[in-house]
Structure formats: C-alpha cells, structure tokens
Design a protein around this ligand. Structure first.
Ligand code: TXA
Ligand code: MG
Length: 339
C-alpha cells in the first residue's frame, strides 16, 4: 500500500528522490496532471512504470528534465527547439526531438526521437533537483483511464502498486501538456493540443505549425504514438453535444449525467427526472473548466449513470484541448455503438 505524503515537506521530497535513485517509482504532481516517475536511464525502473500502468510498450514516455541544459544531454536541439524552450520552459510544453544514445529504447518505444518536458511545478522541480535524474513520467492513471489531477485519484486507482505518492493538491492546468514534434525540422507538428495553444507556438517560431489530424484509430497510433483511441475514457458511455440537454432521449429510460463546462443558464436547467446537471465551473472561464474537468469525470463515473453527455467547447484556445480530451473519452462509446 502506498504512503500518501505531503509534498510540502523537504524530508518527503528527499525520501522520494532517494527512492527514485535506488530504482523505485514515485507518483507526484506536475502543473498539468500527476505523473508516475522513474529514472529515465534505468530500464528496470522504467519497466515498472509500464507494468503498473498496464501500458503497451509501443507507447513511449515523456522524459522530464530540470532545465534546457539537462535536456540537451538527452536530445539534439536545433534553433527552433531553443526558441521554444526559452519561451515556454518551465511549463506545459513537451518537445519531441532526435534522441541521444543514452536514452534507452524502452523509453522511446524504439523510436529515434524522445519527448522532453521541463515542468514548472515546485514539487516536481524539487524532486528533479534533489535526485539529479531525468524522470520518465507518464500520467499516473491505469492505461486508457482518465488522467489524475489530485493525489487521491492516484491512490484510488494505483495506490496498491506505488510506494510513495507525493500530494501537491490539485493540478493547475488539469490537462496534459501540449506536444510538439520537431522530429522533421522543416515541419513542426502539433501531436497533442494542450494548455499552450498552437497560435502561441506559431508566434514564437514565426511560422505555421502542422496539426496532426489523424483519427484516433490504432493505425494512426503507429504513426504518432499516444494517439491511441481509448484515452481518457470513463467506464460510463460518454457522448458529446453542443447542447447536452437537447441531446437527452426522453424515451430511452436511461439515467443521464449532463456535463457542462461552464454553469448553464437558468433556462437550460429545466427539470428533467431522467437527467442530472453538472458543471466544471461556476465561472465562464474555460481554463477553470479544464482545471476541474477530469476530477468531475471521475466523480460522474462513480455515480452509476447510464450515460454522460458532455458539452462541446468552442473550438479555440484551450477549447481545442478540451474537445480533444472529450472526444477521446467518447471514442470508446463510438466504437461500441459501431460509429
Ligand atoms: O502533461 C503531461 O505531459 C503529463 C505529465 C505527467 O508530464 N504526462 C503525460 O504523459 O501526459 P503520457 O505518457 O500520459 O502521455 C505522453 C504522450 C503519449 O501519448 C506518448 O505516446 C507521447 O506522449 N510520446 C512520448 N514520446 C513520444 C515520441 N518520441 N514521439 C511521439 N509521441 C511521443
Ligand atoms: Mg496519459
């Protein structure tokens, strides 16, 4: 059984760093979601991460580093990579770059590139500094389930298998990092939308970025690992609608959870015995909705509804990342329904 330790205490940070140095695994907060970390250069430690998550070995891990010079020991940086890391690190941007030999093939699923990120969260930063390690860390959820944004989420689903979980409260962004591939220097490619939007990256580079639009089937996953269809899925079937209330089928006999990003207007909140209303935030701030989304999805998944109908976000800014996660959460349902 894991020990849930306060990440505020220096002694706990040292304990976690020591465990990592001796080949163990630790769950800890970042500014995006909680990660499950191991020494990236220790293959047997990294194997434990794949095993605990039940993650297929074809899906490579993000390696977390202290700063840009640490990153340059693991990957080859070009001018674009330097511009981006100068502007957005530490922060929720992952760069996919040509890897150096020292990075084990296990971490990169045999690819010639490695995904690197320099996180801004003070607890993650402290553990990177105290351990002196590069840390391979996927989100700390069972493969295919919703990413954890609170220490308790990690405890609930993986607690039996992790020795230390550092508690740092709830994660600021609540969605995983933006992933940009610079594997082909002539064509920067957005692989996963996230808290840093594409326009900000384009502005920094002074040119356009290609957006990966492959559908989330498993052949696309071969092209761009991590784009597997069954990501972020609750067990409860989930579908998407511009107006969740209007999408309720009154004759189905099902119990619906209607998930709004922002609190709906009073006229939307019409009584309906078959449907219960939930919203991520009382405000109309979509970044705040993102901060709360995964926790609310986990909660709804445990309330025994037959179906969740989630509101589609406006397709700009953080709304693009929200819609990406929601459509992946809905992918399982679409597959089941043969759509
Ligand atoms: O915010 C985040 O990025 C969080 C925190 C913990 O840092 N981590 C995270 O890791 O979301 P994970 O493993 O759940 O998602 C990493 C994604 C996967 O979809 C993986 O396939 C992709 O990054 N990835 C890793 N290495 C890659 C590479 N060399 N080329 C393309 N995609 C890669
Ligand atoms: Mg993940």
């Amino acid at each position: 059984m894991s020990r849930l330790l306060s990440g505020e205490k220096k002694a706990h940070l040292i304990q976690a760093a020591n465990l990592l140095r001796s080949g163990g695994i630790v769950a800890l907060p970042t500014e995006t979601v909680y990660g499950l970390a191991a020494n990236a250069l220790d293959e047997s430690a990294v194997k434990q991460v794949f095993a605990v998550k039940g993650r297929p070995l074809l899906d490579p891990l993000i390696v977390h580093v202290l700063d840009q010079s640490h990153a340059e020991t693991l990957a080859v940086f070009n001018e674009d990579a330097r511009k981006l890391s100068d502007s957005f690190w530490p922060g929720p941007l992952t760069l996919v770059l040509p890897k150096k030999k020292c990075v084990p093939d296990l971490v990169t699923a045999g690819q010639a590139t490695v995904a690197l990120r320099c996180p801004a969260h003070p607890i993650m930063h402290a553990v990177l500094e105290l351990s002196g390690l590069a840390l391979a860390a996927p989100s700390a959820n069972p493969f295919g389930y919703i990413s954890p944004t609170q220490a308790q989420h990690v405890q609930d689903s993986l607690g039996e298998q992790i020795d230390i979980i550092l508690d740092g409260g709830s994660c600021e962004h609540g969605l995983e990092s933006t992933i940009l591939s610079l594997a082909d220097p002539a064509h920067p490619r957005l692989l996963r939308p996230g808290p840093i939007d594409c326009e900000a990256l384009e502005h920094c580079l002074g040119r356009e970025i290609e957006v990966f639009t492959g559908n989330t089937d498993d052949s696309a996953a071969q092209l761009a690992p991590g784009m597997l269809s069954r990501h972020y899925s609750p067990r409860t079937p989930l579908s998407l609608a511009v107006s969740p209330r209007a999408a309720v089928n009154l004759h189905s006999g099902q119990r619906y959870a209607l998930l709004y990003l922002c609190k709906p207007t009073d006229s939307d909140l019409l009584q309906n015995p078959q449907a219960a209303f939930f919203w991520c935030t009382e405000s109309c701030d979509l970044r705040d909705a993102a901060h709360h989304l995964f926790a609310l999805l986990r909660k709804l998944d445990n309330l025994g509804f037959d179906q969740i109908i989630a509101e589609i976000a406006p397709s700009s800014g953080i709304g693009i990342a929200l819609n990406n996660r929601l459509s992946r959460a809905a992918a399982k349902t679409s597959l089941l329904m043969g759509r």
